[in-house]
Design a protein around this ligand. Structure first.
Ligand SMILES: *[C@@H]1O[C@H](CO)[C@@H](O)[C@H](O)[C@H]1NC(C)=O
Ligand SMILES: *[C@@H]1O[C@H](CO)[C@@H](O)[C@H](O)[C@H]1NC(C)=O
Ligand SMILES: *[C@@H]1O[C@H](CO)[C@@H](O)[C@H](O)[C@H]1NC(C)=O
Ligand SMILES: *[C@@H]1O[C@H](CO)[C@@H](O)[C@H](O)[C@H]1NC(C)=O
Ligand SMILES: *[C@@H]1O[C@H](CO)[C@@H](O)[C@H](O)[C@H]1NC(C)=O
Length: 342
């Protein structure tokens, strides 16, 4: 057993999460997981997330994994969410909660800091086993297409890499209230607790296992598909002031807006040659750089100002965002402040 890395999405959370430990764990199905346990501060005891991946040679299975959740249930009820892209918005989300003796799982998608809609794309989640007692729910599931999925024209691919040090970022969030109708897959849910959301990195090599192809035969075929019912948008996930699980290392990397400090420190960026150099990552520079990079040109986008969004280390934020990794640039509605002091 060794200590894991917690990629801190929210600085204050780090102080409340005593320690995340990782190990491998073999469950009652005989499935061996890369396993992480940590205190979400909700319910009594640690939450556990496990991931099993197919060997990299199984090319038809690259977009899937088997996941395992063991989640404490507070007396107020709960739901637990997993983001397959570490941030909440624009990501495939898996949400699970107890319903009597069963565990309901379903896939959702959030286009903004609003109630995530029911996911209608080609990824599926299928339960392998589950159990519920007074204080915990536990579910082992197969998530197919979950590293490469589409939704209403949006698509994303985050296939686990094959390098020895590869990591897969996972975001999570937990709520202190049960969904409005726990028996309904498309139930509305209340926002997760402010402090109960973070991201961590799964060590891909530790999760891969050649027995994976045997494990997926355990999939309970009778369980209803997650992509069934149409959405009913319920209570807001957030009231729009964005306390959610943003952040992480996503997005366009070809034209990377970086801070002056890190750019100047990257001497190879300064001596390399580019098809285009765009000065200023404003409302004109960013889309132009993205467009050019998408068409295959190499682009250097340079910016004099400080880092803006949280993912690049930005710090400009109103008091109510302190303790999150969000800045005023991440929050729709704060755009009238974006020019102040920057
Ligand atoms: C409830 O379930 C959890 C998770 O499976 C388990 O660790 C715990 O021992 C169970 N508690 C009881 C009282 O059976
Ligand atoms: C799901 O959609 C994505 C994005 O369009 C695509 O890359 C992937 O191959 C699709 N998966 C399946 C199983 O059809
Ligand atoms: C929205 O949430 C924020 C942060 O929790 C809170 O400060 C604010 O009062 C809420 N606004 C409304 C209109 O509920
Ligand atoms: C914000 O998130 C980014 C990307 O995950 C990370 O590099 C950075 O350290 C985070 N910042 C804080 C203050 O947590
Ligand atoms: C430095 O610049 C080079 C050339 O543009 C780029 O490939 C590399 O990723 C950059 N490194 C960092 C740490 O930003």
């Amino acid at each position: 057993m060794h200590n894991s890395i917690i990629l801190t999405a929210f600085t204050l959370i780090t102080s409340t999460i005593a320690q995340t430990t990782t190990s491998t764990f073999t469950d009652d199905n005989g499935i061996t997981f890369w396993n992480s346990a940590w205190d979400t501060t909700i319910g009594d005891g640690d939450a556990t997330f496990g991931m099993a991946l197919p060997p990299a040679t199984e090319t038809s299975l690259v977009a899937e994994y088997i996941g395992r959740l063991v989640i404490p249930i507070p007396s107020s009820g709960t739901w637990f969410g997993v983001s397959h892209a570490s941030m909440m918005t624009g990501a495939l989300l898996l949400i699970a909660w107890p319903n009597g003796d069963d565990v309901v799982t379903n896939l959702r998608y959030a286009t903004g800091y609003v109630a995530p809609e029911e996911y209608a794309g080609n990824a599926t989640v299928t339960t392998i086993s589950s159990s519920v007692n007074d204080t915990y729910f536990e579910v082992t599931y197969r998530c197919q297409g979950c590293w490469s999925w589409d939704q209403d024209g949006a698509a994303d691919a985050r296939l686990p890499a094959t390098t020895a040090s590869a990591q897969q970022l996972i975001g999570w969030a937990q709520a202190t209230s049960a969904p409005a109708n726990p028996s309904e897959k498309d139930s509305s849910i209340q926002q997760h607790a402010d402090s109960a959301a973070n991201i961590f990195a799964v060590n891909v090599a530790s999760a891969r296992n050649t027995a994976y192809t045997d494990w997926i035969t355990k999939t309970a075929s009778s369980y209803p598909s997650a992509t069934a019912a149409p959405s009913s948008i319920g209570a807001p996930f957030s009231n729009g002031t964005a306390t959610a699980t943003a952040t992480a290392t996503s997005g366009l990397t070809t034209a990377t807006p970086t801070a002056v400090a890190s750019c100047a420190a990257n001497s190879s960026a300064l001596s390399a040659t580019y098809d285009y150099i765009i000065v200023g990552s404003g409302a004109g520079g960013i889309p132009l750089a993205a467009k050019l990079a998408t068409s295959g040109d190499s682009v250097l986008l340079i910016e004099r100002g400080p880092p803006s969004s949280g993912r690049w280390g930005g710090t400009l934020k109103p008091d109510w965002l302190v303790g999150t990794n969000l800045t005023r640039f991440d929050v729709p509605g704060l755009d009238n402040e974006i020019w102040a002091d920057s």
